[in-house]
Design a protein around this ligand. Sequence first.
Ligand code: UDP
Length: 196
Amino acid sequence: RDTINVLDIPVDRITMEDATRRISEFVNSSNYHMVFTPNPEIVMLARDNADFKAVMQRADLIVPDGIGVVLASKILQDALPERVAGYDLVQNTMKQAADKGYRYYFLGSKPGIAEQAAQKMRAKYPGIQIVGIRDGYFKEEDEPAIIEDINNSNANILLAALGAPKQELWIDKYREQLPNIRVAIGVGGSFDGMAE
Ligand code: UDP
C-alpha cells in the first residue's frame, strides 16, 4: 500500500478508479478486507479513541471521504490525488456488481431505510444482488443472529452503515466470524442517501 499518515491514520494515495479496482481484487481474494472512508471529523475521533485508532490502522484500504482530508495531506506536503467519497465508491462498485458477481448485505440505518435503499439500487443497477438487509438499531444480544443471517445470505460485500466509530468497530469485531465476506465497508449515512 502507498499511504500517507494523517494524524496516525494511514490514508491510501489512490484515485477513485484504483480504489474501485482494489475492491474488485478484494472480492476475488480468499480473505476478509476492511475498507474505511473517514472524513476529518472521523480522523479527529480516532485521535482521541485508542481502540478506534487501532482498528483504523488495521484497515486494508482507507480512502479520504471529505476534501478536508485531502487538504490536510497537502499541508503535510504529501498530497493525496483526489477525494474518494465512500458513497461514490460504493456506487462505482454497484455499476459493476452484476458483471462481477458482487453480493451485498446492507446492515444499518433506521428500520425500513435499508430496504428502500435496496429497492432504489435494484432499479438503478439491474441484476445487482442485494442478498440480505438488516436495520442498524439492534442490541448486542441480537448480534449472533445477525452474523448468522449474513453468513446464510452468502454475501461477499458487507456495507455497514452504523455511523462512526460503531461501524468500524463492528466490522473489526466480527472479522473472524464472517467467512464469506471479502470486503466490509463502513458507509456512514449512505443508505439514507440511496433511499432518497
Ligand atoms: N445508525 C445505525 N445504528 C446506530 C446509529 C446510527 O444504524 O446505532 C445509522 C443512522 O441511521 C445513519 C447512519 O448510521 O443511517 C449514520 O449516519 P451518519 O451520517 O451520522 O454517519 P457518519 O458517516 O457521519 O459516521
